[in-house]
Design a protein around this ligand. Structure first.
Ligand SMILES: [Zn+2]
Length: 339
């Protein structure tokens, strides 16, 4: 399949740099300077507008949302793939359930932000013992996802591995699904789950952040002070990402103080706590545009609308995949290039 229209030539030419939707830790050698460039931001937002216009006759997310809200909370089925190396990284079903609870709390606004109208249901959990995938999930992203991925465009596949302590996770955007469905999903560091060993990022908000990208959100500091910023109307412009536990600040001439505690920024987990209503609308609109398609409604088995917090699928026995000889490719785009 060809690359999606929103994956611009700039993305293809990016070469060695940070994954475009990565969450970087403070002090990382490479920050957001090599994140999406303005042309990629324009391409993603233009593709969303075009797709919404085509499906709903309008790109006005408030109007679209008013129709969607009446259908109740959007529940996303989640397939959780734990990749481990022996005992290292072997997350328990209980740890996965805590992550799910954190997702549901964060997206419902129970950490302090707006209720996005989005919830999550655990639809599957498996464990794979594969040393190379575990240690180099970016390098082996393709083979790892091709082996483990389940479901269609409505299913959120989450992979845990040793992503790193500078880059905590990476995600695809919904605009990319059409071009590369097998790569769709979110990869997070196994130490970032609630109670994990990454001290500053141990509340499970790395998954919250990366899934925000999977649902169509950009960083709040995207494009700096230059319009359209992140393209969301109620997240004030912000010149650069925060780090640590940020003070209130206002870095752009436009209205509003910086959204320093937003989940789509880079604060420590202890200092991020919310999405905005506009981000909720953006996620639901992106879902309607890119993921809730191909069937008459999203009530199919792939995206059952159930109550948030419905009992998760019972965690199955660990599934062990025999390690394979990894292909030699794409070393320049690996995390090693971030040093
Ligand atoms: Zn990010």
């Amino acid at each position: 399949m060809s690359e999606g229209p929103a994956r611009s030539a700039a993305a293809a030419q990016r070469g060695s740099c940070a994954p475009p939707a990565a969450r970087l830790a403070p002090g990382a050698a490479v920050r957001d300077g090599e994140d999406l460039d303005p042309r990629e931001v324009d391409a993603l937002l233009a593709d969303l507008r075009r797709t919404l216009q085509g499906r709903f006759g309008t790109a006005d997310e408030t109007r679209i949302e008013s129709g969607l809200r009446s259908r109740g909370r959007l529940i996303v089925p989640v397939r959780f793939h734990v990749v481990a190396s022996g005992r290292t990284g072997r997350l328990s079903a209980a740890a996965v359930r805590r992550q799910m609870a954190t997702l549901n709390a964060a997206y419902a606004g129970r950490r302090g932000g707006a209720d996005t109208g989005v919830g999550f249901r655990l639809a599957g959990y498996d464990v794979t013992d594969h040393r190379e995938w575990f240690r180099h999930p970016r390098r082996y992203e393709g083979p790892m996802k091709r082996h483990l991925r389940k479901g269609g465009r409505r299913t959120l596949n989450v992979y845990t591995a040793a992503v790193g302590t500078d880059v905590l996770g990476f995600s695809t955007f919904p605009q990319w699904y059409e071009g590369k469905p097998s790569m769709d999903g979110v990869v997070i560091d196994y130490r970032s789950l609630p109670g994990g060993s990454n001290k500053r990022f141990d509340r499970g908000y790395t998954a919250v952040h990366e899934i925000g990208h999977w649902l169509g959100l950009l960083h709040t500091f995207e494009n700096g002070c230059v319009p359209p910023g992140d393209g969301v109307s109620d997240t004030p412009y912000e010149a650069w990402p925060v780090s640590g536990c940020p003070q209130e600040r206002d870095t752009c001439p436009q209205w509003g103080a910086d959204p320093v505690h937003n989940f789509m920024n880079y604060a420590y987990d202890a200092c991020m706590w919310g999405f905005t209503a506009g981000q909720g609308r953006r996620m639901r609109a992106s879902w309607a545009a890119y993921r809730d398609v191909g069937r008459r409604s999203s009530r199919g088995p792939d995206a059952a609308r159930t109550r948030a917090g419905a009992a998760p699928t019972r965690a199955g026995a660990a599934r062990i995949v025999t390690p394979e000889l990894p292909p030699r490719r794409d070393l320049s785009a690996g995390l090693g290039s971030l040093q």
